[in-house]
Write a protein that binds this ligand. Sequence first.
Ligand SMILES: Nc1ncnc2c1ncn2[C@@H]1O[C@H](COP(=O)(O)OP(=O)(O)O)[C@@H](O)[C@H]1O
Ligand SMILES: [Mg+2]
Length: 388
Amino acid sequence: MLEDGTFKEILEDRYHQYRSKADTLRDQGEYEAAAKYYRKCAGVMRDIAEKESSDRMAKKRLELVENLSSAAEKLENAGERDQEPARAGDSNPSGAPSAGGGGSGGGSSAGPDSTDENETVDAEAYLSEVPETDFGDVGGMSDLKQTLRDKVIDPLERSELYEKYNVSVVNGILLYGPPGTGKTYITEALAGELGYNFINATPDEITSSLVGEASKNVAELFEVARANQPCMVFIDEIDALAGKRSGGAQKTQSERQMVNQFLQELTDIQGEDVIVVAATNLLEEVDDAIRRSGRFDERIEVPPPDETARKAILRVHLREKPVLTEAINWNEVAEKTEGFVASDMELLATEAAYEAIDEVDSVDDIQPIAQGHIDSAIDEIEPSGPAA
Ligand SMILES: Nc1ncnc2c1ncn2[C@@H]1O[C@H](COP(=O)(O)OP(=O)(O)O)[C@@H](O)[C@H]1O
Ligand SMILES: [Mg+2]
């Protein structure tokens, strides 16, 4: 038997993968498929609860199981009626269970995900050291990596040279592409590649869980960034920052202030070792003032992975698992995974491992992951990308 701790980690990993899959499907309006994944989340969370040594934690986990199941139910009903599920609660969009149970497992990461609602967070909490991943962990996507080398890494590393030619070095980049294609992952790897500290905040966090008003939160985030140079500030889902979805053309005073503060910060960091990477699934939804500011003229598409990338991404996620590499028909895997985005390929690695684990009785009897396991796993997974 694997030790409980390790097993719990595997389960938590799996939970996160199912969860992001479920959230993505829900956002795409694929309610039935989303419901299926919320059910899977609930199942895994129930297993995690069983491994919990503290009653209090176990109870919290089981509450989340309830939440997940009722989210699944709502979505199933919505699916049948083929309409958007009723928005449940105020702060909690579209029947999604509230965040929680995630990440906070071993009390390891003090990230925003692990805080209770309404709890205030210090901007420092969003800061992490140089990420451990780099481009070596990014499977495929060679064009994208080359673009980032040419447009970001090289200018930063040889800034004097660029200055001599009076070419300004970018410090704002906008990544766009469908969910699960690796925007967050690649940005982290980019920070790792550059050796930059990393701040990761979403507009939701900027507007709600940090202390004080949104514009002050923005100022505070950048203050932390400046104090921790070289630093990359990653704003995920920037379309939600005073974007069209949040309140249409009518911006509140406080939203305007926040956007202005943000643009001011982008100006102020010129010449400092702070760069801002923003990501969005919805380029058209990004606030006009931000789009036209000239600060994000460097726009880089993160496309769904092609066949080569799909193979490479799967290899990355199988790297630390026992696999019969030579016996796998990678080309066939690539063909069968048409429509899979990067996060689907990661899920595939986990599911294939589970298929193999099911056949194993003890650690003395490890069976490597083989073609059959991968094939069954592929059949289980609903591709996130557009159908082939
Ligand atoms: N090029 C890649 N190589 C290996 N894994 C990747 C790659 N791109 C994404 N992933 C995996 O897919 C998951 C989802 O990617 P993510 O960056 O969250 O997507 P996005 O931010 O575009 O929605 C990540 O957890 C990561 O493990
Ligand atoms: Mg992301």
